[in-house]
Ligand binder design. Structure first.
Ligand code: I3S
Length: 128
């Protein structure tokens, strides 16, 4: 049987390095502060970790590194947002609580994959 045959462990959908900045907290605008982030899409959440490349090898232990923050995707909205940045390939994620993030990659195919994978999770949650 599969390692998660009881269905209790949320499924890992995707993980990778993206540039991230939070632009609003509870509807209040924040000053941009772009930085690379290790982004993990698991279950109903998008979880942000420190860029593993900026850590010392010994500090990077998978099961044992704490997330910097995480986002509940239920009811979230996703929009391409190239008008919000001089960078290319930018999309905006807005949570029901009014937190807004921009996510960006220099690699077109990569950012498109992230966009559609996150949108699929949002759509699945909308149907529940
Ligand atoms: O939307 P903005 O204000 O032009 O965003 C830029 C600034 O946040 C800038 O930092 P300062 O707070 O030092 O001005 C950042 O370095 C830029 O990256 C931001 O613009 P982009 O176009 O990269 O999202």
């Amino acid at each position: 049987s599969s390692p998660d045959s009881d269905g209790c462990t949320p499924e890992l959908e995707k993980a990778g390095l993206l540039n991230k900045t939070k632009i609003a907290e509870g509807g209040r605008k924040l000053r941009k502060n772009w930085s690379p982030s290790w982004v993990v899409l698991v279950g109903n959440s998008l979880v942000f970790f420190k860029d593993p490349k900026s850590q010392t090898p010994s500090s990077w232990k998978p099961g044992n590194s704490r997330p910097e923050s995480s986002v509940d995707l239920r009811g979230a909205k996703l929009h391409w947002a190239n008008e919000l940045s001089s960078k290319k390939n930018v999309f905006k994620l807005r949570t029901v609580t009014g937190n807004e993030f921009l996510l960006q990659s220099e690699t077109d195919s990569l950012i498109r994959e992230w966009y559609s994978t996150i949108q699929n999770v949002i759509d699945r949650l909308d149907r529940e």
